[in-house]
Design a protein around this ligand. Structure first.
Ligand code: BGC
Length: 820
């Protein structure tokens, strides 16, 4: 069985350790304590006396936002993490990481706050789109590729959120009760794989508690398991505002408390040492971890950075497009006439339908948000790819059931003023959402002088009729449209989670009747009043807007007409940022608004209806047997529309396979995300995802691993030699293709209770029409092990197994047996 590789310290590592020790020896207690806490939202203090620059951290995971939460310094936006996992390609994840390191270096960022490797335990998890999969092995391999890629560019990662942060409800306070076996076999497993295979330079501990202690103070899981058993030698940073207890956190293995300046480390930590509550040696351990990180990323004078040879530059737009098309999962492709609906026949006419076809949803909400320089919507992509006169567009149905941040048609700038009206700074902003954290303010603006922030400019509507304008955020606001003040007062929120307040429901404040194409002046002024003692100074609010609501039946009728007149109808359905975001969980899996009605009506009018599902995580597809094709495009990143055109026209094959089972909420075996009396019990043990669907004997809409391409494959042979499995597949179609060969291991003999089968290995091969390709896969020892709770160790389960190779967990084409 394949053993885990051990990392031996190189001479360069040893030299860095020596530099770290020398720097540590020159710091006094106060400087050490200061280094362990944020000086602001994203950085640690510089310590010039030891030649240490300020360490800069930034989210993560699909782009590098940089230290400003604004669009004035754009970032390449890659597809959502669920999409990256759907490529089933650790090498592609590695390339994504290389690009992100390049972006980080461009923005002066040393630590990327990513990847998110929590598991898809419940489809209701609001942040599902930001994690990879329901399967720990797939998650671990994608995460390993990603971390290696980022770090090959000399930039650190923080694998997060350690551990069991699998849902958002009450995430600051929830105590997740997880059995040791489930912890080891599922939730810790990706972290373990990444730590042992990719040696990340950082880890982020989660808000939640696990079996009692909070994760920032979890001596057992951090000091004993992560560092002790797995040999992690990186730094451990708290999730933002997760550190709550000076002594418990430090002794629980937390190195850095973020953000600052208000912190439980810094001065309170120095005091705790002086009072004898914390040994100074524990502070030294944490400082050593931070200095090692600083040395690795090249900001500690005298220490050679871990990477001196940077990888070749990456074209971000091209890579975003490649990952997108390689992630798209073709769930179904059967037109009623027997021919496949995709790729589109050249020269045919296309009716493109759906609000998200025009205003694409390219990313999920929350801290993963970045601001790309451009986004290619499906309408943009298809307009560029199809011959003139062959494409029509209709909205059909709008998934947005409430106002969103001001977008298309708004031309806005921000003006920051002092109390006496002096203009301190500002500039153009691309949308209606402002978010400034800590010192992240426009040039020339400081918190002590800032009195008002005004979003001002014009709005040129696309549609005539009554438009709603409103405000998302808390505090005092004045909203003026066309010279009339519609609101002048205070807005408050009851939400406990700050993210809910930032991204929560906007309040309508003005209804104005406007004419398409005629600009009107708008202004939203916020009177800043931040209490002195807040842990971080955050200014966040949005000018929100909703276009006139047309009669939903008329919209659908218009789309049906367009569909009837075209050879193919392409309907883009989507979730919204009120459905999928950090900060809250979902309440159902239905597509919002009248989108299901739209699909049904269009499918009834045109048998060649292709549905494009623009969502980061599972949605119900109740019409799935009534349409010709379904293509899942996730949140496809900035180049999503271009990649969509590549795939629809057949220039490229869709390459994705489901990293997570897609089914209805009613059938999903594990759904619970709401704690009871502060605790969320993972009562299902090791049975989540496909493990649970199989145990329950339920058939999901689309199984784990499923995804079609544009060619067909025959599985011809499987041979097992020890732990090496060779699978031969033949491309039986008429175009070149890429196949993801999946290997499942199914125990067939007696033994402890185990899932019917688990993903043991996977590999990708390419072949020309008629050609054969060989995938050589290694069965990892861990696939044969379970965690023995009595012995508190891994236990190798001897006996007989089937090794099943195929295209998904239910399409197991070919089988071999082995006895171990
Ligand atoms: C998120 C982290 C993120 C951090 C900084 C937290 O709310 O949970 O994933 O890295 O904010 O933005």
């Amino acid at each position: 069985m394949a053993a885990t590789p051990e990392a031996q310290p190189t001479p360069a590592d040893q030299a860095r350790e020596a530099a770290v020790e020398a720097a540590l020896a020159r710091l006094d207690l106060d400087a050490k304590a200061r280094l362990l806490s944020g000086q602001d939202m994203w950085t640690l203090p510089a310590l010039p006396e030891i030649g240490l620059d300020s360490l800069v951290m930034s989210d993560g995971p699909i782009g590098v936002r940089g230290v400003r939460w604004s669009a004035d310094d754009p970032s390449v936006a890659l597809p959502s993490p669920t999409a990256l996992a759907a490529t089933w390609d650790p090498d592609l994840a590695h390339r994504a990481g290389t690009l992100l390191a390049q972006e980080a270096r461009r923005k002066g960022v040393h630590v990327l706050l990513a990847p998110t490797v929590n598991l898809h335990r419940s489809p209701l998890g609001g942040r599902h789109f930001e994690a990879y999969s329901e399967d720990p092995r797939l998650t671990g391999r994608i995460g390993t590729g990603y971390v290696r890629g980022v770090q090959s560019g000399g930039v650190a990662t923080t694998v997060k959120h350690f551990v069991a942060n699998d849902a958002e409800t009450d995430r600051f306070t929830v105590n997740n009760l997880v059995g040791e076996r489930a912890l080891r076999e599922l939730y810790l497993a990706p972290f373990e794989a990444i730590v042992t295979d990719a040696h990340p330079w950082g880890i982020m501990t989660a808000y939640n508690s696990v079996n009692g202690p909070t994760m920032t103070a979890h001596h057992h899981l951090v000091n004993e398991v992560l560092r002790g058993e797995w040999g992690f030698d990186g730094f451990n940073v708290s999730d933002w505002m997760a550190a709550r207890d000076t002594v418990a956190d430090l002794t629980g293995g937390l190195d850095v408390a973020m953000p600052g300046p208000k912190t439980v480390y810094g001065a309170p930590l120095a005091r705790a040492v002086r009072e004898g509550a914390v040994p100074e040696a524990a502070v030294d351990t944490a400082v050593r971890n931070v200095l090692r990180l600083a040395a690795r990323v090249g900001i500690l004078k005298g220490a050679e950075p871990a990477v001196t040879d940077l990888p070749a530059p990456v074209d971000g737009e091209a890579l975003a497009r490649e990952i997108a098309r390689r992630s798209f999962v073709l769930l179904r492709n059967e037109a009623p006439d027997g021919a496949e609906a995709l790729p589109l026949k050249p020269g045919g006419t296309v009716a493109l339908l759906g609000a998200a076809a025009r205003d694409a949803r390219i990313l999920g909400g929350g801290s993963a948000t970045v601001f790309p320089a451009r986004t290619v919507s499906p309408l943009d992509g298809l307009t560029a790819a199809l011959p003139d006169g062959t494409l029509t567009y209709a909205v059909g149905a709008d998934p947005t059931t409430e106002m969103g941040a001001a977008g298309p048609g708004f031309d806005l700038r921000v003006e920051c003023r002092a109390a006496d009206g002096e203009l301190l700074g500002g500039g153009p902003v691309p949308g209606g959402h402002l978010q400034w954290m800590g010192s992240d303010l426009p040039d020339g603006v400081t918190h002590d002088r800032l009195h008002t922030v005004e979003l001002t400019g014009t709005f040129t509507p696309r549609e005539s009729g009554p438009h709603l304008l409103g405000i998302r955020g808390m505090g005092a606001f004045t909203l003026t449209v066309g010279g009339t003040t519609h609101f002048d007062g205070d807005q408050r929120s009851e939400a406990a989670d700050p993210f809910d307040a930032f991204f929560g429901a906007p309040v309508p404040r003005a209804e104005v009747t406007l004419t398409a194409g005629e600009p009107v002046e708008v202004s939203l002024t916020h009177l800043v009043s931040l209490p002195q003692d807040v842990p971080m100074k955050v200014i966040t609010f949005a000018l929100t807007h909703q276009a006139p609501r047309r009669d939903p039946d008329a919209l659908i009728a218009e789309a049906v007409e367009a569909a009837r007149a075209a050879d193919t109808a392409v309907v883009v359905v989507a979730t919204t940022d009120r459905v999928e975001s950090e900060g809250f969980d979902r309440t159902d899996l239905a597509l919002p608004g009248r989108q299901d009605d739209l699909v049904r009506a269009v499918a009834a009018a045109n048998p060649r209806t292709v549905v494009v599902v623009n969502a980061g995580s599972p949605v119900e597809l109740p019409w799935r047997d009534e349409v010709a094709a379904i293509l899942l495009t996730w949140f496809p990143g900035q180049e999503g529309g271009a990649a969509l055109a590549d795939v629809l026209t057949g220039a490229q094959e869709p390459g994705g396979r489901l990293p997570t089972t897609w089914g209805t909420l009613a059938d999903a075996p594990v759904t619970q995300v709401t704690p009871v009396a502060g605790a969320l019990s993972y009562t299902e043990g090791v049975f989540i995802g496909y493990r649970a669907w199989e145990r329950a004997g339920r058939t999901p809409a689309y199984p784990f691993g499923h995804g079609l391409g544009y060619t067909t494959w025959a599985y011809e042979s499987i041979e097992v030699h020890g732990t090496e499995v060779t699978v031969r597949v033949r491309n039986t179609g008429d175009r070149p293709g890429r196949e993801t060969v999946q290997l499942y291991l199914a125990p067939t003999g007696p033994g402890p209770e185990r899932p019917a089968r688990t993903l043991a290995a996977f590999a990708q091969v390419e072949a020309e029409p008629g050609e054969c390709a060989e995938a050589v896969l290694e069965l990892p020892r861990r696939a044969f092990e379970i965690w023995d709770e009595t012995a508190d160790s891994w236990s190798f389960v001897k006996g007989s197994y089937e090794i099943q190779a195929g295209r998904s967990i239910t399409d197991r084409a070919i089988t071999a047996t082995t006895t171990v």
